[in-house]
Design a protein around this ligand. Structure first.
Ligand SMILES: O=C(O)CCC(=O)C(=O)O
Length: 279
């Protein structure tokens, strides 16, 4: 996968600050795109996953949650070098993976109510970025097949949208292989699928290291599988501490449970060392 230049990271994080969204075009290499499509089809058929049952999730939409538990191909998504540096610029480098799920509205799926992904968090709006979502387009996203819709700049509004309210929106049309990234406070939702084909996307949702993850990955992903992940993915899944303290187990970094060395000092040890140095 290609690396982003410093100016691309500046540009995309600037778009997120100002407009609440950005699109990284042609971000997913064709080989990975095929791998992800195959993995998705395999998981859906092996686990016989049908349409979701609630109107918000979409009763003509296939959703597969907790993807890391199901197939190794998905491990490449959260650590992507074309997304993670942009999101880390917004949330800081101690961010976590909040959830990883496939969202595939099929023919006849109505538009989803507009919402902010973090609207359940009881913080007055607008607030600092607490979570950032991304949508990996595995098929083309068009106005007709239900591409994500959004209200530009709404991450700065002082309220959330009304459920089922009608608002003027723009549409994130993009070709397969592109990735939409948005501040989780942005008003958005899946569009209506008026075609006879499914629109396939994978939502890779990140949160700040001090926010609770939406999916409980430490319990939801088999431990033997997590042990095989690269270190950065283990950290993103919650085997890490925020600011040397949040998430600790008996004053240790939980990465040690996976047989790895903890990198830095825990916060209290670090402050004692700083004191010693001053003496
Ligand atoms: O499917 C989409 O384009 C957006 C889905 C979404 O925003 C959600 O389910 O929270």
């Amino acid at each position: 996968m290609r690396e982003l230049s410093a100016s691309e990271i500046d540009q995309h994080s600037g778009n997120l600050d100002k407009n609440g969204f950005t699109i990284v075009k042609n971000a997913i290499p064709p080989v990975l795109l095929s791998e992800l499509r195959e993995a998705l089809a395999e998981v859906q058929s092996t686990h016989d996953i049908g349409y979701s049952e609630t109107s918000f999730e979409g009763t003509r939409t296939v959703r597969i949650y907790n993807l890391l538990a199901y197939h190794r191909a998905f491990e490449k998504i959260p650590v992507s070098p074309v997304v993670l540096p942009i999101v880390a610029r917004i949330l800081d480098s101690e961010l976590q993976l909040s959830s990883l799920s496939a969202i595939c509205p099929g023919p006849g799926q109505e538009a989803q109510p507009l919402h902010g992904d973090n609207q359940m968090i009881p913080l007055p709006r607008p607030h600092i970025p607490i979570a950032v979502n991304s949508m990996w387009a595995l098929t083309d996203f068009t106005e007709e097949n239900g591409a994500t819709r959004f209200v530009p700049g709404s991450h700065l509004f002082d309220h959330n949208p009304d459920y089922d309210g009608q608002y003027e929106t723009e549409c994130a049309e993009m070709s397969a292989g592109s990735i939409l990234i948005w501040n989780s406070a942005l008003w958005h939702g899946g569009g209506e699928n008026q075609t006879d084909k499914r629109r396939d996307g994978i939502a890779c949702y990140y949160c700040a290291g001090w926010v609770r993850q939406q999916e409980n990955q430490q319990l939801g992903i088999p431990f033997d599988r997590i042990k095989q992940f690269p270190r950065r993915l283990q950290e993103l899944c919650g085997f890490s501490v925020y600011r040397g303290v949040y998430g600790h187990i008996d004053n240790r970094d939980p990465i040690q449970m996976l047989g790895r060395e903890q990198k830095g000092k825990m916060v209290w040890q670090a402050s004692d060392s700083a004191k010693e140095r001053k003496k």
